[in-house]
Design a protein around this ligand. Structure first.
Ligand SMILES: [Mg+2]
Length: 409
Protein backbone atom coordinates (compact mmCIF):
# COMPACT_ATOMS: atom_id res chain seq x y z
CA UNK A 1 0.00 0.00 0.00
CA UNK A 2 1.55 3.27 -1.13
CA UNK A 3 1.11 6.45 0.85
CA UNK A 4 0.61 9.67 -1.03
CA UNK A 5 1.22 11.95 1.94
CA UNK A 6 2.62 11.94 5.42
CA UNK A 7 0.14 10.85 8.06
CA UNK A 8 0.33 10.41 11.77
CA UNK A 9 1.88 7.04 12.55
CA UNK A 10 -0.58 6.13 15.27
CA UNK A 11 -3.63 6.94 13.21
CA UNK A 12 -2.18 4.99 10.32
CA UNK A 13 -1.72 1.97 12.53
CA UNK A 14 -5.25 2.45 13.78
CA UNK A 15 -6.58 2.59 10.26
CA UNK A 16 -4.69 -0.50 9.25
CA UNK A 17 -5.89 -2.31 12.36
CA UNK A 18 -9.39 -1.40 11.34
CA UNK A 19 -8.82 -2.75 7.89
CA UNK A 20 -7.50 -5.99 9.35
CA UNK A 21 -10.44 -6.52 11.69
CA UNK A 22 -13.22 -5.41 9.41
CA UNK A 23 -12.01 -6.42 5.99
CA UNK A 24 -12.29 -2.83 4.82
CA UNK A 25 -9.82 -1.66 2.25
CA UNK A 26 -8.89 1.54 4.00
CA UNK A 27 -7.50 3.78 1.33
CA UNK A 28 -7.25 4.17 -2.39
CA UNK A 29 -4.89 6.46 -4.21
CA UNK A 30 -4.99 8.04 -7.57
CA UNK A 31 -1.94 6.74 -9.40
CA UNK A 32 -1.12 10.16 -10.82
CA UNK A 33 -1.40 12.00 -7.51
CA UNK A 34 2.28 12.93 -7.41
CA UNK A 35 1.97 14.85 -10.69
CA UNK A 36 -0.03 17.50 -8.85
CA UNK A 37 2.23 17.83 -5.84
CA UNK A 38 4.00 20.93 -7.12
CA UNK A 39 0.80 22.74 -8.06
CA UNK A 40 -1.14 24.97 -5.69
CA UNK A 41 -4.42 26.89 -5.81
CA UNK A 42 -8.06 25.91 -6.19
CA UNK A 43 -7.74 25.34 -9.91
CA UNK A 44 -5.25 22.55 -9.31
CA UNK A 45 -6.94 21.05 -6.21
CA UNK A 46 -7.62 17.41 -6.94
CA UNK A 47 -9.12 14.52 -4.99
CA UNK A 48 -6.51 11.81 -4.58
CA UNK A 49 -7.80 9.31 -2.04
CA UNK A 50 -10.50 8.00 0.25
CA UNK A 51 -9.93 6.85 3.83
CA UNK A 52 -12.43 4.84 5.87
CA UNK A 53 -12.83 4.85 9.64
CA UNK A 54 -15.22 2.21 11.01
CA UNK A 55 -16.33 2.54 14.62
CA UNK A 56 -17.88 -0.40 16.44
CA UNK A 57 -21.07 -0.03 18.47
CA UNK A 58 -22.90 -2.46 20.73
CA UNK A 59 -25.12 -5.12 19.18
CA UNK A 60 -23.10 -5.44 15.95
CA UNK A 61 -23.85 -1.92 14.82
CA UNK A 62 -21.22 0.44 13.52
CA UNK A 63 -20.64 3.96 12.38
CA UNK A 64 -18.56 4.44 9.24
CA UNK A 65 -16.71 7.71 8.73
CA UNK A 66 -14.76 8.62 5.65
CA UNK A 67 -12.31 11.24 4.53
CA UNK A 68 -11.51 12.47 1.04
CA UNK A 69 -7.89 13.55 0.69
CA UNK A 70 -6.39 15.86 -1.91
CA UNK A 71 -3.10 16.74 -3.53
CA UNK A 72 -2.89 19.86 -1.33
CA UNK A 73 -3.27 18.31 2.11
CA UNK A 74 -6.83 19.60 2.57
CA UNK A 75 -9.38 16.92 3.36
CA UNK A 76 -13.14 16.58 3.79
CA UNK A 77 -15.00 14.21 6.11
CA UNK A 78 -18.38 12.52 5.96
CA UNK A 79 -20.33 9.64 7.42
CA UNK A 80 -21.53 6.59 5.52
CA UNK A 81 -23.31 4.82 8.38
CA UNK A 82 -26.29 2.85 7.20
CA UNK A 83 -27.48 -0.31 8.87
CA UNK A 84 -24.02 -1.39 9.96
CA UNK A 85 -22.90 -2.25 6.44
CA UNK A 86 -19.47 -1.44 5.03
CA UNK A 87 -20.38 -0.27 1.52
CA UNK A 88 -16.76 -0.57 0.39
CA UNK A 89 -17.47 -1.61 -3.19
CA UNK A 90 -20.23 1.00 -3.48
CA UNK A 91 -17.91 3.74 -2.19
CA UNK A 92 -15.28 2.64 -4.70
CA UNK A 93 -17.85 2.97 -7.48
CA UNK A 94 -18.70 6.57 -6.60
CA UNK A 95 -15.11 7.48 -5.74
CA UNK A 96 -14.34 6.58 -9.34
CA UNK A 97 -16.48 9.54 -10.41
CA UNK A 98 -14.35 12.04 -8.46
CA UNK A 99 -10.92 10.41 -8.45
CA UNK A 100 -8.58 13.10 -9.76
CA UNK A 101 -11.42 15.64 -10.06
CA UNK A 102 -11.94 19.00 -8.38
CA UNK A 103 -14.11 18.83 -5.24
CA UNK A 104 -15.90 21.95 -6.49
CA UNK A 105 -17.76 19.97 -9.17
CA UNK A 106 -20.53 18.80 -6.83
CA UNK A 107 -23.39 19.32 -9.28
CA UNK A 108 -21.48 17.41 -11.94
CA UNK A 109 -20.99 14.54 -9.44
CA UNK A 110 -24.74 14.60 -8.76
CA UNK A 111 -25.60 14.43 -12.45
CA UNK A 112 -23.24 11.51 -12.98
CA UNK A 113 -24.07 9.49 -9.88
CA UNK A 114 -27.59 10.16 -8.68
CA UNK A 115 -29.25 7.78 -11.16
CA UNK A 116 -27.25 4.84 -9.81
CA UNK A 117 -27.91 5.99 -6.24
CA UNK A 118 -31.67 6.00 -6.89
CA UNK A 119 -31.83 2.61 -8.62
CA UNK A 120 -28.97 0.74 -6.92
CA UNK A 121 -30.46 0.10 -3.47
CA UNK A 122 -29.76 1.62 -0.08
CA UNK A 123 -26.05 0.81 0.03
CA UNK A 124 -25.52 2.61 -3.26
CA UNK A 125 -27.60 5.54 -2.06
CA UNK A 126 -25.61 5.67 1.17
CA UNK A 127 -22.26 5.58 -0.60
CA UNK A 128 -23.29 8.26 -3.10
CA UNK A 129 -24.62 10.48 -0.33
CA UNK A 130 -21.53 10.04 1.84
CA UNK A 131 -19.17 11.21 -0.87
CA UNK A 132 -21.45 14.14 -1.63
CA UNK A 133 -21.25 15.18 2.03
CA UNK A 134 -17.46 14.98 2.01
CA UNK A 135 -17.27 17.18 -1.09
CA UNK A 136 -19.14 19.96 0.74
CA UNK A 137 -16.88 19.70 3.79
CA UNK A 138 -13.84 19.72 1.51
CA UNK A 139 -14.97 22.81 -0.40
CA UNK A 140 -15.83 24.60 2.84
CA UNK A 141 -12.42 23.80 4.29
CA UNK A 142 -10.70 24.86 1.07
CA UNK A 143 -12.44 28.26 1.12
CA UNK A 144 -12.30 28.45 4.94
CA UNK A 145 -16.06 29.01 5.29
CA UNK A 146 -18.80 26.93 6.97
CA UNK A 147 -20.88 24.82 4.61
CA UNK A 148 -23.97 26.87 5.49
CA UNK A 149 -22.26 29.86 3.87
CA UNK A 150 -21.89 27.88 0.65
CA UNK A 151 -25.70 27.58 0.65
CA UNK A 152 -26.30 31.29 1.08
CA UNK A 153 -25.84 31.69 4.81
CA UNK A 154 -27.58 30.35 7.87
CA UNK A 155 -31.13 31.24 8.93
CA UNK A 156 -30.55 30.21 12.55
CA UNK A 157 -27.62 29.88 14.96
CA UNK A 158 -29.10 26.98 16.92
CA UNK A 159 -30.55 23.76 15.56
CA UNK A 160 -33.41 22.17 17.51
CA UNK A 161 -32.90 18.43 17.92
CA UNK A 162 -34.98 15.64 19.37
CA UNK A 163 -33.57 12.69 21.28
CA UNK A 164 -34.35 9.37 19.65
CA UNK A 165 -34.24 7.16 22.74
CA UNK A 166 -35.22 3.97 20.93
CA UNK A 167 -31.87 2.25 20.39
CA UNK A 168 -30.69 3.07 23.89
CA UNK A 169 -33.81 1.51 25.42
CA UNK A 170 -32.90 -2.11 26.05
CA UNK A 171 -35.74 -2.69 28.54
CA UNK A 172 -38.71 -2.42 26.16
CA UNK A 173 -41.30 -2.15 28.91
CA UNK A 174 -43.19 1.05 29.76
CA UNK A 175 -40.83 1.45 32.73
CA UNK A 176 -37.78 1.06 30.48
CA UNK A 177 -38.96 3.74 28.05
CA UNK A 178 -39.98 6.01 30.91
CA UNK A 179 -36.57 5.74 32.55
CA UNK A 180 -34.74 6.85 29.40
CA UNK A 181 -37.30 9.55 28.68
CA UNK A 182 -36.71 10.95 32.16
CA UNK A 183 -32.96 10.93 31.66
CA UNK A 184 -33.14 12.65 28.26
CA UNK A 185 -35.51 15.31 29.55
CA UNK A 186 -33.21 15.76 32.54
CA UNK A 187 -30.38 16.47 30.10
CA UNK A 188 -32.44 19.27 28.59
CA UNK A 189 -34.04 17.66 25.56
CA UNK A 190 -37.37 19.26 24.69
CA UNK A 191 -38.47 16.61 22.18
CA UNK A 192 -38.27 12.80 22.16
CA UNK A 193 -38.89 9.93 19.77
CA UNK A 194 -39.34 6.21 20.35
CA UNK A 195 -40.52 3.17 18.41
CA UNK A 196 -42.27 1.01 21.01
CA UNK A 197 -44.01 -1.14 18.39
CA UNK A 198 -40.68 -2.61 17.19
CA UNK A 199 -41.03 -6.38 16.93
CA UNK A 200 -44.78 -6.11 16.35
CA UNK A 201 -46.25 -9.46 15.20
CA UNK A 202 -47.26 -10.03 11.59
CA UNK A 203 -50.69 -8.61 10.92
CA UNK A 204 -52.10 -12.11 10.29
CA UNK A 205 -51.11 -13.23 13.80
CA UNK A 206 -53.86 -14.08 16.28
CA UNK A 207 -56.04 -11.23 17.46
CA UNK A 208 -54.90 -11.92 21.04
CA UNK A 209 -51.25 -11.56 20.05
CA UNK A 210 -51.94 -8.37 18.09
CA UNK A 211 -53.91 -6.88 20.97
CA UNK A 212 -51.18 -7.72 23.50
CA UNK A 213 -48.48 -6.07 21.39
CA UNK A 214 -50.71 -3.06 20.71
CA UNK A 215 -51.47 -2.58 24.38
CA UNK A 216 -47.79 -2.79 25.35
CA UNK A 217 -46.85 -0.17 22.74
CA UNK A 218 -49.66 2.13 23.77
CA UNK A 219 -48.66 1.76 27.42
CA UNK A 220 -45.06 2.64 26.55
CA UNK A 221 -46.17 5.85 24.85
CA UNK A 222 -48.34 6.70 27.82
CA UNK A 223 -45.44 6.09 30.20
CA UNK A 224 -43.14 8.36 28.16
CA UNK A 225 -45.74 11.13 28.09
CA UNK A 226 -46.39 10.86 31.82
CA UNK A 227 -42.68 10.98 32.63
CA UNK A 228 -41.70 13.66 30.13
CA UNK A 229 -44.54 16.03 31.00
CA UNK A 230 -46.94 17.85 28.73
CA UNK A 231 -44.45 20.36 27.30
CA UNK A 232 -42.11 17.86 25.66
CA UNK A 233 -42.78 17.18 21.98
CA UNK A 234 -43.24 13.45 21.56
CA UNK A 235 -42.93 11.55 18.28
CA UNK A 236 -43.53 7.86 17.66
CA UNK A 237 -42.04 5.88 14.79
CA UNK A 238 -44.23 2.95 13.72
CA UNK A 239 -41.47 1.54 11.47
CA UNK A 240 -44.08 0.46 8.90
CA UNK A 241 -45.35 -2.47 11.00
CA UNK A 242 -49.00 -1.57 10.41
CA UNK A 243 -51.62 -1.36 7.67
CA UNK A 244 -54.16 1.41 7.19
CA UNK A 245 -56.79 -0.11 9.50
CA UNK A 246 -54.38 -0.90 12.35
CA UNK A 247 -52.80 2.55 12.10
CA UNK A 248 -56.17 4.28 12.43
CA UNK A 249 -57.05 2.09 15.42
CA UNK A 250 -53.76 2.74 17.22
CA UNK A 251 -53.71 6.46 16.35
CA UNK A 252 -57.08 6.85 18.04
CA UNK A 253 -55.91 4.97 21.13
CA UNK A 254 -52.81 7.16 21.53
CA UNK A 255 -54.58 10.42 20.71
CA UNK A 256 -54.67 11.46 24.42
CA UNK A 257 -50.85 11.47 24.46
CA UNK A 258 -50.72 14.41 22.04
CA UNK A 259 -47.97 13.27 19.66
CA UNK A 260 -46.28 15.85 17.46
CA UNK A 261 -46.08 13.24 14.69
CA UNK A 262 -46.58 9.59 13.80
CA UNK A 263 -43.78 8.33 11.56
CA UNK A 264 -44.18 5.85 8.71
CA UNK A 265 -47.02 3.63 9.95
CA UNK A 266 -46.95 1.96 6.52
CA UNK A 267 -44.44 1.99 3.66
CA UNK A 268 -43.60 5.63 2.95
CA UNK A 269 -44.07 5.10 -0.78
CA UNK A 270 -47.68 3.92 -0.29
CA UNK A 271 -49.11 7.40 -0.69
CA UNK A 272 -52.65 6.09 -1.29
CA UNK A 273 -52.71 4.28 2.06
CA UNK A 274 -50.94 7.13 3.82
CA UNK A 275 -53.52 9.58 2.45
CA UNK A 276 -56.34 7.37 3.77
CA UNK A 277 -54.72 7.40 7.20
CA UNK A 278 -54.10 11.14 7.11
CA UNK A 279 -57.77 11.89 6.45
CA UNK A 280 -58.97 10.34 9.71
CA UNK A 281 -56.26 10.50 12.36
CA UNK A 282 -55.69 13.55 14.57
CA UNK A 283 -51.87 13.40 14.48
CA UNK A 284 -49.55 14.74 11.80
CA UNK A 285 -47.66 12.20 9.68
CA UNK A 286 -43.93 12.18 8.92
CA UNK A 287 -41.82 10.03 6.62
CA UNK A 288 -39.39 9.54 3.78
CA UNK A 289 -36.17 8.49 5.51
CA UNK A 290 -35.26 5.84 2.95
CA UNK A 291 -36.25 7.78 -0.17
CA UNK A 292 -33.50 8.74 -2.58
CA UNK A 293 -33.44 11.79 -4.81
CA UNK A 294 -35.92 14.60 -5.37
CA UNK A 295 -38.15 12.51 -7.61
CA UNK A 296 -38.81 9.77 -5.03
CA UNK A 297 -40.11 12.49 -2.71
CA UNK A 298 -42.38 13.84 -5.45
CA UNK A 299 -45.47 11.70 -4.62
CA UNK A 300 -45.25 12.64 -0.91
CA UNK A 301 -45.18 16.31 -1.91
CA UNK A 302 -47.83 16.21 -4.63
CA UNK A 303 -50.33 14.24 -2.53
CA UNK A 304 -49.40 16.13 0.65
CA UNK A 305 -50.04 12.85 2.46
CA UNK A 306 -47.48 13.70 5.15
CA UNK A 307 -47.01 17.00 6.92
CA UNK A 308 -43.30 16.41 7.63
CA UNK A 309 -40.69 15.17 5.14
CA UNK A 310 -37.69 13.34 6.57
CA UNK A 311 -34.84 13.28 4.02
CA UNK A 312 -31.64 11.76 5.38
CA UNK A 313 -28.43 13.36 4.09
CA UNK A 314 -26.84 9.90 4.22
CA UNK A 315 -29.42 8.36 1.93
CA UNK A 316 -31.37 11.01 0.02
CA UNK A 317 -28.38 12.05 -2.09
CA UNK A 318 -26.63 14.42 0.27
CA UNK A 319 -26.92 18.07 1.26
CA UNK A 320 -27.69 19.50 -2.17
CA UNK A 321 -30.42 16.93 -2.73
CA UNK A 322 -31.72 17.57 0.76
CA UNK A 323 -32.09 21.24 -0.06
CA UNK A 324 -33.89 20.45 -3.32
CA UNK A 325 -36.30 18.13 -1.48
CA UNK A 326 -36.94 20.81 1.13
CA UNK A 327 -37.76 23.30 -1.61
CA UNK A 328 -40.34 20.91 -3.05
CA UNK A 329 -41.78 20.47 0.44
CA UNK A 330 -41.97 24.23 0.87
CA UNK A 331 -44.19 24.46 -2.20
CA UNK A 332 -46.66 22.13 -0.48
CA UNK A 333 -46.58 23.67 2.97
CA UNK A 334 -44.62 20.75 4.42
CA UNK A 335 -41.86 21.04 6.98
CA UNK A 336 -38.55 19.15 6.93
CA UNK A 337 -37.19 17.16 9.87
CA UNK A 338 -33.98 15.53 8.62
CA UNK A 339 -33.73 11.87 9.56
CA UNK A 340 -30.40 11.25 11.31
CA UNK A 341 -30.19 8.02 13.28
CA UNK A 342 -26.43 8.10 12.89
CA UNK A 343 -23.18 9.29 14.44
CA UNK A 344 -21.66 12.70 15.12
CA UNK A 345 -20.33 13.46 11.63
CA UNK A 346 -23.72 12.88 10.01
CA UNK A 347 -25.20 15.07 12.73
CA UNK A 348 -22.71 17.86 11.98
CA UNK A 349 -23.50 17.62 8.26
CA UNK A 350 -27.25 17.55 8.92
CA UNK A 351 -26.96 20.58 11.18
CA UNK A 352 -25.39 22.55 8.33
CA UNK A 353 -28.30 21.68 6.05
CA UNK A 354 -30.83 22.37 8.82
CA UNK A 355 -29.34 25.84 9.25
CA UNK A 356 -30.30 26.94 5.73
CA UNK A 357 -33.80 25.50 5.22
CA UNK A 358 -36.68 27.96 5.68
CA UNK A 359 -39.08 25.08 6.41
CA UNK A 360 -36.79 23.24 8.84
CA UNK A 361 -38.64 21.82 11.84
CA UNK A 362 -36.27 19.71 13.96
CA UNK A 363 -33.26 17.38 13.54
CA UNK A 364 -32.96 13.84 14.88
CA UNK A 365 -30.24 12.95 17.39
CA UNK A 366 -29.46 9.33 18.29
CA UNK A 367 -29.36 9.52 22.05
CA UNK A 368 -27.03 7.76 24.46
CA UNK A 369 -25.83 4.82 22.40
CA UNK A 370 -22.22 5.02 23.61
CA UNK A 371 -20.66 7.35 26.20
CA UNK A 372 -17.68 8.26 23.99
CA UNK A 373 -19.77 9.50 21.04
CA UNK A 374 -19.13 13.22 21.55
CA UNK A 375 -15.34 12.74 21.64
CA UNK A 376 -15.20 11.15 18.18
CA UNK A 377 -15.00 14.65 16.72
CA UNK A 378 -13.14 17.87 17.48
CA UNK A 379 -14.52 20.05 18.86
CA UNK A 380 -16.57 17.44 20.75
CA UNK A 381 -20.25 17.22 19.89
CA UNK A 382 -22.29 19.42 22.24
CA UNK A 383 -26.04 19.70 22.73
CA UNK A 384 -27.41 22.17 25.25
CA UNK A 385 -31.09 22.51 26.12
CA UNK A 386 -31.99 20.35 23.14
CA UNK A 387 -30.09 22.43 20.62
CA UNK A 388 -26.88 22.24 18.62
CA UNK A 389 -25.09 25.59 18.60
CA UNK A 390 -23.44 26.09 15.21
CA UNK A 391 -19.82 27.20 15.22
CA UNK A 392 -18.23 29.35 12.51
CA UNK A 393 -15.44 26.93 11.66
CA UNK A 394 -14.87 25.81 8.09
CA UNK A 395 -16.79 22.99 6.40
CA UNK A 396 -18.97 21.06 8.83
CA UNK A 397 -17.04 22.73 11.65
CA UNK A 398 -15.55 19.48 12.96
CA UNK A 399 -12.69 17.02 12.39
CA UNK A 400 -12.39 13.36 13.28
CA UNK A 401 -10.59 12.72 16.55
CA UNK A 402 -8.48 9.91 15.17
CA UNK A 403 -7.23 8.69 18.55
CA UNK A 404 -10.77 8.19 19.88
CA UNK A 405 -11.87 6.69 16.57
CA UNK A 406 -8.93 4.26 16.62
CA UNK A 407 -9.79 3.18 20.16
CA UNK A 408 -13.19 1.92 19.00
CA UNK A 409 -12.41 0.23 15.70
MG1 LIG B 1 -38.07 6.34 11.08
Amino acid sequence: MTMSRETDGMSRRGLLAGVATTGLAGIWYHPEATAWEAERGHDSLRITGLELFPVRLPRNRKWLFLRLVTNQGISGIAEATLGGTDKVSELKTFFGLIDGASPFDIRRYREQGLGLAVTGGRKMAGAFSAIEQALWDLVGKTLNVPVYDLFGGKLRDQIDVYANINNATIDRSPAGFAENAAQAVGEGFLALKAAPFDGFPALDASSDEIERATTTGVDCIGAIRKTAGDDVKLKVDFHSYFDVERTINVAQRIAPFDLSWIEEPIDAQDVVGTSQIQKVIPQRLAGGEFLVGLHQFGPLCRTECVEVLMPDVQICGGLLEGQRIATAAELHGQTVAPHNAHGPVATAASAQLSAVLPNFEILEYQWNEVPWRAELINPPEAIHEGRIHLNDRAGFGVELNEQVVAAHI
